[in-house]
Design a protein around this ligand. Structure first.
Ligand code: AMX
Length: 389
């Protein structure tokens, strides 16, 4: 080893078959997670970024600095220019089976955008995708719900969130409140370190030079699993199944779930050891905007009693609320009553962080040479040398 090299981890057999948990793989320039303050984007704790304009936070992840006013305006103009999609994407979406999960639609939508993308540049393609995602999301929701595509109504100059809200034009929705809640959701979910499954998968696929869109589709498919991005869907279903915010009843319900060895959704975290600031921010937003909402009241009761109940169980390292406790109830409040859509919002936000990390791995790290194709070592097991007779 050279003088500059440091041993980060002594690898032993106990590190095998554990999903690379804790095994250092590379460096991440966009975000890190600490046990006390949760995720930080480029050094800023998430609590300081939550109320910023979504485009400014995308800029931060791509440029590693917050924009000046001029840079912010120029970046929004750039995204607006990139924010158009080929109408043929609409035809493809119309052929998809309604039985498919919205995450599958999202993957096919992104792959289709990639087929019409003429550029061969990681940064440009990542920004194109960030700019086009609001339109793709609105189209998916409108077509699935039988409300028809309205591509001609797209006004990318309104900004990422507002263009989505206008395009979707959900009956009965309050556009201001919807924009506020979605903007916060979007900023909170953009990135979460380098090693979460979807980001890691996206970067691994990109290392084979499969292209930005194919890599992002792989990442979205990774995100679609119930152990990863689908937890927000599961948490709202859990909250709805409780059905009451009466403290004694909620406590009875939670204890019965634990007895049945089922998880208490919305609580616990692999890294954080305090309440996730992303939960704190959303709880505050819920208190301001919809304190009387039935699900929000259940969420608040859960947050009052569950940490104490989970603290009685020694193996649980963090009994506090995580990001998913509130997000589904907020989305439900603004009119997204079908939890199967929630992971698509998560995926939409993550295209910013994953895109920025793919650019870093392809164009910046190792003095711009990029990370080589991923090739971890697997040790052969249970295989004797055999011969066909
Ligand atoms: N309810 C019931 N049991 C829980 C629990 C919870 N909320 N949180 C942790 N535990 C259990 C674990 O399942 C594990 O049990 P085991 O040893 O029998 O396998 C034990 O307590 C120790 O877990 P841990 O070290 O505290 O956490 P972890 O890193 O293994 O798991 C997490 C983290 C999020 C998967 C877990 O807390 C959990 O399942 N929470 C409920 C589901 C949920 O809210 N998921 C959303 C995750 C949010 C996010 O990170 N995106």
């Amino acid at each position: 080893m050279g003088d500059d090299d440091e041993i980060l981890l002594e690898l032993t057999k106990k590190h095998l078959n554990i999903g690379l948990r804790g095994v250092p793989v590379g460096t991440c320039r966009t975000s890190f997670v600490t046990p006390e303050q949760g995720v930080h984007y480029c050094g800023y704790p998430i609590k300081d970024l939550a109320e910023l304009r979504a485009e400014d936070v995308v800029y931060l992840l791509f440029h590693k600095e917050l924009p000046t006013l001029d840079q912010s305006e120029a970046f929004r103009r750039e995204l607006s220019k990139r924010g158009t999609i080929n109408p043929a994407v609409v035809d493809v979406l119309h052929t998809l089976p309604i039985e498919g999960h919205p995450m599958h639609w999202l993957s096919i939508g992104i792959q289709t955008l990639g087929m019409y993308c003429k550029e061969d540049d990681w940064r440009s393609n990542a920004l194109n995708l960030v700019a086009q995602m609001p339109i793709l999301m609105a189209l998916i929701m409108r077509i699935r719900e039988g409300r028809g595509a309205n591509l001609e109504a797209s006004q990318p100059e309104l900004g990422l969130i507002k263009n989505f809200v206008n395009l979707l034009n959900l009956p009965g929705a309050d556009h201001e409140i919807m924009s506020k809640i979605l903007s916060t959701f979007f900023v909170l979910h953009m990135d979460h370190g380098g090693g979460n499954l979807s980001t890691f998968t996206g970067k691994a696929v990109a290392s084979g030079h499969a292209g930005l869109h194919s890599s992002m589709v792989a990442a979205m498919n990774a995100l679609s699993g119930p152990l990863h991005g689908r937890a927000n869907q599961a948490t709202l279903e859990f909250v709805k199944s409780i059905g009451t915010d009466n403290k004694e009843d909620v406590e009875k319900f939670v204890r019965a779930e634990l007895m049945a060895k089922r998880p208490i959704f919305g609580f616990g975290h692999a890294v954080l050891r305090k309440e996730d600031p992303r939960a704190t921010i959303q709880l505050k937003l819920a208190k301001e905007l919809c304190p009387e909402d039935k699900n929000i009241k259940i969420v608040q009761t859960l947050n009052e009693i569950v940490p104490t109940i989970l603290s009685e169980i020694p193996k649980i390292t963090n009994p506090n609320a995580n990001v998913d406790l509130v997000s589904g109830s907020l989305l439900n409040y603004i009119g997204f009553t079908k939890p199967e859509y929630y992971t698509t919002f998560f995926g939409w936000a993550r295209t910013a962080g994953i895109g920025a990390q793919i650019i870093d791995e392809r164009m910046v790290l190792r003095e711009g040479k990029g990370v080589p194709i991923y090739r971890p070592k697997y040790i052969a097991e249970g295989q004797k040398l055999r011969r066909l007779d």
